[in-house]
Design a protein around this ligand. Sequence first.
Ligand code: ZN
Length: 199
Amino acid sequence: MKKLMERLKSMAGRKRVKTGGESAQSVVYITDTLLAETGRLIASFAEGRESEGVVYWFGFELGGRAVVTTLIVPDADTSHGCISTSPEANGEALGVIVGTPLVLLGQAHSHPGERVRHSPVDDRETFARFDGGLSVVIPHFARRGVDLSRCGVHRHVNGAFKFIRPERVGEHVVVVPGQADLRREQEGRIRKEKANVVS
Ligand SMILES: [Zn+2]
């Protein structure tokens, strides 16, 4: 067990490739569908009660880009309305990706009101505390969905979390389309009718 925990820890705290003396900071891409699902999962912590919630973001890291593919909700303790995750709960979350090429990219958690800056506890206890780790704070328990421009984006740089100014958020996290349905019902029907005529 101890060995497994050590291995999991090294997976979470892996070192990034450094370029020119500066730590490499991948741009993290997430689809709008996974971002919305992140909000739904976090808001589910606050169903019928006032509770913060948390979701870990896993995915691929390819050169200077990272892509979120997987959302994992750890078995967090929320009995006091704020989140706390034990090493065992974090180990269990990392266990899901064992044997895959996925890595921990960051996490999102909620705050009760509009304040979206890290608290000192967030700075100390956020799980994604490795160089390049991303931490997004969603306001209002994520009950109003996730609008990145209203979230607090933090990045772990040189051993500490740094709040990213809104105008620079696009250098750290980018939302891309996850799904589109471009059917036009009318045209679809016409095509179908034509197809029926031919056959
Ligand atoms: Zn917090």
